[in-house]
Design a binder for this molecule. Structure first.
Ligand code: PMP
Length: 327
């Protein structure tokens, strides 16, 4: 019986969806969306705050500030409330309303950037604003894109959790945003079980791994500025998934009753392709990480009107066809 005294103590570390029947691949999905912040970012938020306290950079009365597309913002709002700090979240127009309201309900102040930087996109504009705020005393920028405590959180938790649940694991599929999850797990596996193949999954249009920028609509995965945390020497392979395939994967999962977030669809789509190409015999144990659940995507991925407005009616028609084919 888990008994907790702070919300950040509750981490569902051994909950997996067995996708073998549903996807036809030997794939297990690690569900990170069942903590009180609703996403994997609670681990990074808590560890970055702890590290700043240990280093003496975060003192009583300080205001935390961070750039986030949503999930880290919610996680930091929770950690700030729980540990007694103020928090300013700098986000952009792609952050959905429910996420913003949640941060505000937790006591955070939210600043929304509405104009992307012509060169560095929304992320560049967000970071410029954060730096401006930090010129005033009393603000502490955790900087998830360069903070080693971000990957350390996953080196200490997510990586070991996967290995404990699946000692036979052969390949892991990890979505890349700040690359904290990816770098922490990759470093852990390279040290403890180097035979594990670490596959990064990014979205088409993200510049993280050196491909050209293109418009992207879904938050979570991908960047418009390469994250300093990334060290590609720890990563065995990189996959790029189109947002249309993300949408298809999410909506297929939902038809089986699983409401997952956008990046879970991205990671699963990449994983299914990889397994079809590389292990058609199915003789492998694969784990993919699901960073959050789908309730914050009801106005995007799961809304028909948004799909036809954002992509085209064809994608929606195809989705309806798939739905009819289900038993
Ligand atoms: N998926 C979702 C839904 C996220 O919010 C994030 C973090 N922005 C990621 C994936 C990527 O995680 P990380 O920042 O550790 O690379």
């Amino acid at each position: 019986m888990p008994v907790i005294s702070t919300p950040q103590e509750f981490n569902v570390d051994d909950l997996y969806v067995d996708l073998r029947r549903l996807s036809g691949h030997p794939l297990y999905l690690k569900c990170e969306g069942f903590n009180f912040a609703g996403s994997i970012k609670l681990k990074a938020a808590n560890e970055m705050v702890s590290a700043a306290v240990r280093a003496g950079t975060l003192r009583e009365g300080a205001t935390l500030v961070e750039s986030s597309s949503g999930n880290l913002g919610v996680a930091l709002a929770l950690v700030a409330a729980s540990r007694g700090y103020r928090f300013l979240c700098v986000t952009d127009a792609r952050c959905n309303l429910a996420t913003r309201q949640l941060m505000e309900a937790l006591g955070a102040r939210v600043h929304v950037i509405t104009e992307p930087d012509p060169q560095d996109g929304y992320l560049g504009a967000r970071i410029r604003y954060v730096k401006q705020v930090c010129e005033d005393e009393g603000y502490v920028w955790l900087n998830q894109y360069a903070n080693p405590a971000n990957w350390m959180a996953h080196y200490q938790s997510t990586g070991p959790e996967i290995l404990k649940s699946f000692p036979e694991v052969d390949v892991v599929f990890i979505g890349a945003g700040s690359t904290g999850t990816l770098m922490g797990c990759a470093r852990y596996f390279k040290e403890t079980k180097p035979s594990v193949r670490v596959v990064a999954v990014d979205s088409v249009g993200s510049v993280t791994f050196g491909t050209p920028a293109q418009p992207r609509l879904l938050p979570g995965l991908g960047t418009s500025v390469r994250p300093p945390l990334l060290d590609e020497s720890f990563v065995d392979e990189v996959l790029h998934v189109a947002e249309r395939d993300t949408v298809r994967a999410c909506r297929t999962l939902l038809r089986h009753g699983f409401l997952f977030g956008g990046s879970t669809g991205t990671v699963l789509s990449g994983a299914a392709d990889w397994l079809t190409r590389n292990r058609p015999d199915g003789d492998v144990t694969a784990v993919a990480i699901a960073p959050d659940l789908g309730d914050r995507y009801l106005d995007t991925v799961y809304r028909d009107q948004w799909i036809s407005d954002s992509y085209d009616a064809e994608l929606l028609a195809e989705d309806a066809m798939l739905a009819r084919r289900l038993p």
